[in-house]
Design a protein around this ligand. Structure first.
Ligand code: G3P
Length: 211
């Protein structure tokens, strides 16, 4: 199981590094656009700030350009950059080429078990189902995750659930079979907190200082 940070913000990434239990950082084009900087520039900074894997999504408008983009990002830090490839049939074929060349890939924006099955066939390291989008448009995101988990049994492809909007949703997808979840910093921080824990801490504190 791994908690990943879903952010391209250097301050968030620094914080995730300090927390120590965040296993990886995922970025996407929307998150990178918020920085107003080029994707590769942001990626170069994030791999310096964070010790683990950093995910970077290809965006160019043709397969060949996306293939070249993947290589450019990979070269920044070959051992720690994972290329995110949005799920389409063409991109799955491109993923097979990247994997054959030794580039680690994650198939992202996954909306169906069929796409996840093909991602495993092309030996992607991760598939990223978009949970809240599935909940909004299909209804049963957890059933999709359960089906993906069954299809990916005995493969090297792991489920990285993304587009998660609450701590309860993060726990539910892990129980449904996702090995990892990627979350914004505020949800990661919220995972370690509970009002009952806080209440107990305050009681202990009051007793300690009353002694
Ligand atoms: O980084 C991928 C994913 O978490 C994006 O989520 O909110 O755009 O559906 P969202």
């Amino acid at each position: 199981m791994g908690i990943f940070l879903d952010s391209a913000n250097p301050d968030d990434v620094r914080r995730a590094q300090e927390l120590g239990f965040v296993k990886a950082v995922t970025t996407n084009p929307t998150l990178i656009a918020r920085s107003g900087r080029s994707g590769l520039d942001v990626l170069s900074e994030l791999v310096e700030l964070f010790d683990g894997h950093v995910f970077y999504q290809v965006t160019a408008d043709t397969v060949e350009k996306r293939f070249d983009q993947a290589w450019e990002a990979h070269r920044i830090r070959p051992d720690r950059v994972i290329i995110k490839v949005p799920a389409t049939t063409q991109n799955l074929a491109m993923t097979a080429r990247l994997v054959a060349a030794g580039i680690e890939c994650a198939v992202t924006a996954v909306a169906s078990p069929a796409q996840a099955y093909l991602a495993a066939q092309v030996e992607a390291s991760f598939v990223a189902p978009y949970i809240s989008r599935l909940t909004q448009h299909v209804g049963g995101s957890l059933d999709v995750v359960r089906d993906i988990a069954r299809l990916l049994e005995n493969t090297q492809t792991e489920i990285l659930a993304a587009s998660i909007k609450s701590v309860d949703e993060a726990v539910a997808v892990m129980l449904a079979g996702a090995q990892h979840v990627t979350l914004p910093l505020e949800l990661i921080m919220a995972m370690g907190e509970h009002e009952l824990s806080q209440q107990a801490i305050e009681e202990f504190h009051a007793q300690h200082h009353g002694e």
